[in-house]
Design a protein around this ligand. Sequence first.
Ligand code: F6P
Length: 323
Amino acid sequence: MKNIGVLTSGGDSPGMNAAIRAVVRTGVYHGMNVYGIRRGYQGMIDGDIQLMQTTDVSNIIQRGGTILKTARSKEFMTPEGMQKAYEQLQKHGIEGLVLIGGDGTFRGAVKFFEQYTIPAVGLPGTIDKDLSGTDLTIGFDTAVNTAVEAIDKIRDTAEAHDRVFVIELMGRDAGYIALNSGIACGAEDILIPETVTHIDELLNKIEADELRKKAVHIIVVAEGDDFGGATEVHASITERFPRLDVRACVLGHIQRGGSPTYTDRVLASRMGHAAVNALRSGDTQVMIGIVNNEIVHTPFTNVIKGTTPISADLIDMIRILSV
Ligand code: F6P
């Protein structure tokens, strides 16, 4: 295989640049031509494709975002869009692809490869960590660290004012960012979609805390929680306790930006290098993951909407520690 393409698709995640760097440099090392496809699948359709050199990826390992830009392409999900994309790949002589993205990226890939045959390898680039076949996704660690830093700051002002704070974190349908940030910040409550939220239990806990003169209560809620987000939780608390000083905060896209942590940089470098090796060895239509510190390959169809169950032990630990 001589010509390969690399793209980033879906929501960006810190570490995508480190992954692009690893793909380009490993490819060039093996004598390949590596083409950067800009704006994900949309750039594939539009033929926004350029040959990359090792110097094009200098000084990016530490940068958030993605130098290739990203998009969520609706057109790619149509038969016409897919055909245009395939024609562009043919036109550029691209014989293999590295797809860096999350759940939506792999869903798109599965549909595309039902119709068209081209070897491809995926890298899990998402802050949500909602893919099977890997212990970590590129960007998750940075997103959690960003959330932790923000929640620590919110706790300072909560302590100063004796306030209840409801902080909503990203994750789409998954609660891993909220779960891990909540544990790391000593949140009094963590609401995630993987467990059923009983709002009455939360309200009773706030009442019990009030009785023992504990005024500050940090509630971390995942955006995909079954009860609702920060707005809904805030409304329930103020309805039952109109006297309490309650604030809601939606952390939002700050969780997607910033310089990747060393964990994400190393993860992305290892995965990018492994992706090119997988293409070269012909083990394709798989996502590269790292499980127990070893590189593993999982077919695209098996990684989508992957959830790692949250152990009963962990839930029990949170209950004991968050008093
Ligand atoms: O998948 C990453 C993610 O940041 C989710 O956590 C969030 O639900 C979504 O993307 C937000 O998407 P957008 O940037 O399109 O608003």
